[in-house]
Ligand binder design. Sequence first.
Ligand code: C2E
Ligand code: MG
Ligand code: MG
Ligand code: MG
Length: 281
Amino acid sequence: QAKRAGRHEVVIHRPGMLDRRADDAALGQDLEAAVRSGQLRVLYQPMIELATGRPVGAEALVRWHHPVRGVVAPLDFIPVAEQTGAITDVGLYVLEQACREARNWPGEPYVSVNLAARQLQDPALVPAVLAVLDRTGLVPGRLVLEITESAVVDDRVAIPAIEELRRHGVRFAIDDFGTGYSSLQYLSRLPADTLKIDRSFVAELDNDGKDSAITEAIVRLADILDLSTVAEGIETAEQEAELRRLGCHTGQGFLYARPLPPDDVRQFFAERRVTTFSSRG
Ligand code: C2E
Ligand code: MG
Ligand code: MG
Ligand code: MG
C-alpha cells in the first residue's frame, strides 16, 4: 500500500508515526507543560558586522528538549504553538530568557528575538514586552524583534504595537525578506529598522555573482528606505565576500558560528570586540 501511495502519503503514514494531525495535537498538549517544566532551551547565533568582522549581536533560537522525542526543532513546534495559542507563553519565555542572558554579554551587543504572527495580533504584547525589559533590566535599545512580512495579518493592530515599542527604543527587523507575498508598497508602510535577507538568496551567491542581482536589489532597496541589512545563512567565504561587496552590513551563518548555548555565546562576545549600534557610523 505504501508503495503505491504518493510521496505526500508516504511521509504522513511513516511507520510508527501517528497521523500528523493527532501528532500535532499531542505536541500541542505537551508544549503547555514544556514551558512550565523548563524543557525549552534558547540558543544564540552571533551576528557579525561584515566590514570589520566584529560581532554586533545574536539571534535567540528556541529548541525543545522533549523527554521522549529528543530535541524538537522550532519549525516542528512553533506552528503548532501558534495554532493552540501556546505561542504566547513560549514567546514570552524565550523573550525573557534572551533579555536576561543579553544583560550579561560583554560589550553590550543586541539580542534579536523572533516574534510569531499571532503574538503581533495580541493586544497584551506591548505591555508584556515592556514588563520583560523592566524585570530583566535590559536597555530597550539592545532588543531587536524579528517579524516576517506575513506576520502583520492585521495592520490596525500590528503597526500601532510596533510603533509604540519603537518609541521605547526597541528595534524591528523584517525576517526572511523576499520569501513572503508582500508588495513593495507594503514594505514602505512597515515601521522597521532592518531587513534580513533570506538564506535562499544568500545560497545563490556562490556562482561568481551571476545570481547576486536580487540580493543587490534588496540591499539597494534597504538603503533607499534607510534600513540596515542582515544576510542570513552565510556558509562560505565567497558568499561573505560578495555580500560585503554589495554593501550588506551584517551577516549571520555557520561560517561564523552555529547557534550557541548561553555560556558559549557569552564567551564568544568576551573574546572579541563588539561593535554597538550607537558606535556604528
Ligand atoms: P529564522 O528566524 O530565519 O532563523 C534562522 C534559521 O537559520 C535558524 O534555524 C538557524 O539555525 C538557521 N541557520 C543559521 N545559519 C545558518 C547557515 O549558515 N546555514 C543553514 N543551513 N542554516 C542556518 P532554526 O534555529 O532551526 O529556526 C528556524 C526558524 O524557527 C527560525 O527561522 C524562526 O522562524 C523560527 N524560530 C526559532 N526560534 C523561534 C522563537 O523563539 N520564536 C518564534 N516565533 N520562532 C522561532
Ligand atoms: Mg529570525
Ligand atoms: Mg530569518
Ligand atoms: Mg530564514
